[in-house]
Design a protein around this ligand. Structure first.
Ligand SMILES: Nc1ncnc2c1ncn2[C@@H]1O[C@H](COP(=O)(O)OP(=O)(O)OP(=O)(O)O)[C@@H](O)[C@H]1O
Ligand SMILES: [Mg+2]
Length: 471
């Protein structure tokens, strides 16, 4: 972890940016007593009059304003109106000496949260401030929950027992506790997003948002506003203020997917945000403090892009604080049966089918395949077989044809593509015959018209194990 990261977030990852409360009152003594009550829980700013209050709201991110209704040169209602015009997300509590229903109604119409009558109890003020700030964080959470519902994903199990996956599991548990930035690298479909979510869900930020953003899926021109949000009227078409992903993730985790596709200009901006822990909305003038844990992912070798000048070196080091490498599925073939089981259970439940498992030959085909699309490809194949399969077992015929044709980069394949293709074709024929013969090698040999021993030789070479089963 870089030293300046530590300043912003304590190592337990629970450090939060404190809400900012602005006290507006012309009485210096009163401002001071407000400060004394609030400063244990909040950052407190103050202003003696309307114009100076508006200056503060324009220049800094204010969460709550305690606004005296009777001010020397601009009355409270007008100040309230102007604050809301600058940022409608700011909560305002009006403070008044005399409770007049008329002012109260007007204030509520203009969007004040509530109001407080002088003199007030300390507890009364604190309770009111807490409620107002809760409503404010709700705005962010609603946006986040909406996006999360659309994705329909919570914490999911990471299946895998192979040694590298076990190490990965331990690493995730360790990393989850810290607040350090993580860079996950791995081929497409290996489970990078799953891992990013696990890091979030196992850590102290689990109750806060996990927000994902993928620059490759967003138009280049909109990317900056997607990340940092924009103010109303920031550009043509910006009818309304919009929260960026950084603000939506406040207190939680921001997942920057396919980070290599981020354009150079935004790489520079992202670097600045990671250094300063502050963002600026497009068309905005204020720096907004953000407390988000960053998890980035890449399916290309970022170091190579850095060497070639396509990715900023300084940004790479900022992101690569804890590197997490996810192995491709072909390097953990032992996990294929487990994963198949996991997805079979999921999809038979989802589609209301009763499927007990795969034929040994179908499983042999799956473990011999080289899985260019990794776990996602496996998952799709299982889903498809569950949907289309008619029996209680999934057999070779339920699998896509090319699965029985492992295209391994073997030396033999390089030496003679024709021999390799012939071999693959034979393998597919043999597996199908074995399946029909329910694992009986002599019967399969008869179906294929070859001698039993020659078939056994081939099975040994291909490392296909057979089990005879009742027919
Ligand atoms: N070890 C695993 N156990 C269970 N499910 C997994 C595992 N790995 C991946 N998956 C599932 O496979 C699918 C693909 O995973 P994910 O989206 O995390 O991959 P990715 O590396 O982000 O891929 P891409 O680079 O294509 O975005 C997801 O539905 C995920 O839940
Ligand atoms: Mg992904």
């Amino acid at each position: 972890m870089a030293p300046d990261d530590r300043r912003v977030e304590p190592p337990d990852g629970t450090g939060r940016v404190r809400p900012v409360v602005l006290v507006v009152d012309d009485d210096a003594g009163l401002r001071e007593s407000f400060r004394l009550i609030l400063e244990d829980d909040y950052e407190v700013a103050d202003a003696p009059d309307g114009p100076r209050a508006l200056e503060v709201v324009r220049a800094t991110q204010v969460d709550l304003v305690l606004l005296d209704i009777r001010l020397p040169d601009m009355d409270g209602i007008e100040v309230l109106e102007r604050i809301k015009a600058i940022d409608e997300g700011v909560e305002v509590i009006l403070v008044t000496a005399v409770k007049t229903v008329r002012t109260a109604v007007a204030a509520m119409k203009l969007g004040a949260f509530d109001y407080l009558t002088k003199p007030f109890e300390e507890d009364e003020l604190l309770a009111l401030a807490r409620r107002a700030l809760e409503r404010r964080s709700l705005e962010r959470e609603v946006v986040f929950l909406r996006s999360e519902l659309a994705r329909g994903r919570g914490a999911e199990e990471i299946v895998g027992r192979q040694p590298a996956m076990q190490r990965l599991g331990r690493l995730i548990a360790q990393v989850a506790r810290a607040a350090s930035t993580v860079l996950i690298s791995g081929e497409s479909g290996t489970g990078k997003e799953l891992i990013a979510r696990a890091i979030h869900h196992q850590g102290p930020r689990r109750d806060k948002p996990f927000v994902a953003v993928n620059p490759a899926a967003i138009a280049e021109t909109l990317m900056e506003s997607e990340l940092f949000g924009h103010e109303k009227g920031a550009f043509t078409g910006a009818w309304q203020k919009k929260l960026g992903r950084f603000e939506m993730a406040q207190g939680g985790t921001l997942f920057l997917d396919e980070i290599a596709t981020l354009k150079p200009e935004l790489q520079a901006k992202l670097l600045r945000v990671l250094q300063e822990r502050e963002i600026e909305r497009v068309g905005g003038t204020r720096a907004i403090k953000v407390d988000v844990r960053i998890v980035a992912a890449t399916n290309v070798d970022l170091r190579r892009l850095v060497a070639g000048g396509a990715f900023r070196e300084d940004l790479f080091y900022r992101l690569n604080v804890v590197p997490v490498a996810v192995p491709p599925l072909r390097e953990r073939i032992e996990d294929v049966p487990l994963l198949v089981d996991h997805f079979l259970r999921r999809f038979s439940g989802e589609f209301g089918k009763r499927i007990d498992g795969l034929s040994p030959e179908a499983l042999a085909a799956l473990t011999a395949y080289h899985w260019p699309g990794n776990v996602r490809e496996l998952m799709n194949i299982v889903e498809r077989s569950v949907v289309l399969g008619e029996g209680s077992t999934i057999g070779l015929n339920d699998l896509p044809v090319d699965l029985a044709l492992p295209r391994g980069r073997s030396a033999a394949a390089e030496a003679s593509p024709l021999n390799e293709a012939t071999e693959q074709f034979q393998r597919q024929m043999v597996l199908r015959a074995l399946e029909r013969a329910r694992g009986n090698v002599s019967e399969a040999a008869r179906l294929l018209g070859v001698h039993r021993n020659s078939l056994k030789g081939k099975l040994r070479r291909w490392k296909v194990r057979t089990t005879k089963r009742a027919g």
